[in-house]
Design a protein around this ligand. Structure first.
Ligand code: SIN
Length: 494
């Protein structure tokens, strides 16, 4: 199988990194069927990628299971050194990897480079973290006993990742799993499989033993059967999924039959609240980060923007200037602030949310029409007079649209912000320190940004509450997701 190279963007130092074949047991594997992801900048089919069926998905579990005993007993310091070598190899190949990310996701090249720095930070962080103490000496119940806890790897884990951050999301899941001593079967999103395959190839080059990290891409239509094969397989002890709430619910249900551990990082609908007392320049900077990263295609993107009545006009004027200055373009065309949306479905969804809002009485102040060119381009868009009942305020927009609502006071802001099934992130802009605390405590979410729109970090626990899922990624909490606690009691010591 060969991967077709499209566009000037893909002149790689190491062209062999661009290989669409599944990676199982350290070997490239040809599959009977293949599929072609779509280049979001042109709408054309691009590349040729393995379409893994349930039989091959189970073969990946065979490889991960076979590698597990040796990997779990590999000293943590050695696992740490291998993760560090993976980190170094990724940084050495940063430019190639950024081109692959930009090409298959459509994000600007600079944003792809930033994603590599972000994703690699998880690998470095867990390479360090696994050297730290992993158990406790307990106070025993009686004098003739000693009691300790240790942490053991969960086992073979299945990682199912989304298309919006094709490198950072696999790095954020795989790094703690591998550090803990788990072995991995990974299924990247059908829109962006090549980044994960390239990252796994770099892990092998860095010295990760064969079978420890296996990658099995699948098309949209083959994915349910692949997932079912893993959910039915008792050797797979855990699944970690990032994606829609609907799919997360289904996976949790299926995983329950074999009592797998489950981590779910699901949909957002984040409120972004600007109070009268905010520093408006700071608020706009924070909102631009929270809204326009990856063209708004992030679970933590600001989805509902609430502005207090007294600063509505001033904030709106600042936003018009900021959005009007933004540039839109394909990665191959040079620097731009945002690229295309991931696919035609995503573009149609954004269009229909804006059309519905307008039909219900909202007003478009800027943008609001897809760009007249091939590919899935939608411009930075500002919509005002949005009401809580509108679909644009209740569903994830996942696009470059700021949907403005107005509120009167703090109590109303909190009520509106919490009036959603989701609970991933929220943002508050205020200069009042007591209000910062009240809001942070009152918001029903897993993460709060106060006067800050870019809150994700390898050193902080990322995750949500309510229908945004459970489990955490990053920080010590992210490592614990891949570990089981064992209690050992030594008796007869009197
Ligand atoms: C996501 O969209 O799920 C991830 C965003 C992030 O890591 O900041």
């Amino acid at each position: 199988m060969s991967t077709i190279l499209l566009g000037g963007l893909l002149k790689l130092d190491r062209p062999e990194l661009l290989d669409g074949r599944a990676l199982i047991g350290g070997q490239r594997v040809d599959t009977a069927a293949t599929f072609a992801p779509t280049d979001p900048a042109t709408g054309l089919p691009a590349g040729e990628v393995s379409d893994v069926d349930p039989h091959t998905a189970r073969a990946a579990v065979d490889a991960a299971e076979a590698a597990f005993q040796a990997w779990r007993t590999t000293p943590p310091r050695r696992r740490s050194a291998l993760l560090r070598a993976w980190f170094d190899t990724i940084l050495a190949q940063r430019e190639d990897l950024a081109k692959i990310i930009a090409w298959e996701s459509g994000k600007p090249l600079q944003e792809a480079r930033d994603e590599i720095a972000y994703g690699a930070s998880y690998i470095e962080w867990y390479a360090e973290e696994i050297k730290r103490p992993s158990g406790d000496v307990l106070t025993p119940a009686t004098a003739d006993r000693k009691a300790v806890t240790t942490r053991e790897p969960v086992g073979v884990v299945a990682l199912v990742t989304p298309w919006n951050f094709p490198f950072a999301m696999i790095a954020r899941k795989a790094a703690p799993a591998l550090a803990a001593g788990c072995t991995v079967v990974a299924k990247p999103a059908e829109d962006t499989p090549l980044t994960t395959l390239a990252a796994a190839a770099l892990a092998l080059r860095a010295g990760l033993p064969p079978g420890v990290l296996n990658v099995t891409p699948a098309s949209r239509s083959s994915t349910p059967a692949l997932s079912q094969a893993w959910m039915d397989d008792r050797r797979v002890r855990k699944i970690s999924f990032t994606g829609s709430t609907q799919v997360g619910r289904l996976l949790a249900h299926r995983a329950s039959a074999s009592l797998k551990r489950v981590s779910l990082e699901l949909g957002g609908d984040a409120p972004f609240i600007v109070f009268d007392d905010a520093d408006l320049d700071q608020a706009v900077r924070a909102l631009m980060k929270a809204k326009f990263r990856n063209a708004g295609q992030a679970c933590v993107a600001a989805n509902r923007v609430y502005v207090q009545a007294g600063v509505r006009e001033a904030l709106t004027q600042r936003l018009i200037l900021a959005l009007a200055a933004m540039t839109v373009g394909a990665p191959a065309e040079g620097p731009a602030d945002i690229g295309p949306l991931i696919n035609a479905r995503a573009l149609e969804k954004v269009e229909s949310l804006v059309a519905d809002a307008v039909a219900e009485g909202a007003r478009v102040l800027l943008g609001g029409q897809r760009l007249d060119r091939p590919g899935c381009f939608y411009p930075p868009t500002l919509v005002e007079a949005v009401r809580p009942s509108m679909a644009i305020a209740r569903e994830e927009i996942f696009g470059p649209v700021v949907a403005l609502q107005t509120f009167a006071d703090e109590a109303e802001a909190l009520r509106l912000a919490n009036d959603t099934d989701y609970g991933l992130a929220a943002y508050v802009c205020t200069q009042d320190h007591a209000r910062m605390w009240r809001m942070a405590e009152g918001l029903e979410v897993g993460m709060v940004g106060v006067n800050e729109g870019a809150i994700s970090s390898e050193a902080a626990p990322f995750g949500g509450v309510k229908q945004s899922g459970y489990g955490r990624e990053g920080a010590a909490e992210g490592l614990a997701e891949y570990q089981s606690v064992k209690y050992v009691c030594f008796g007869g010591l009197a």
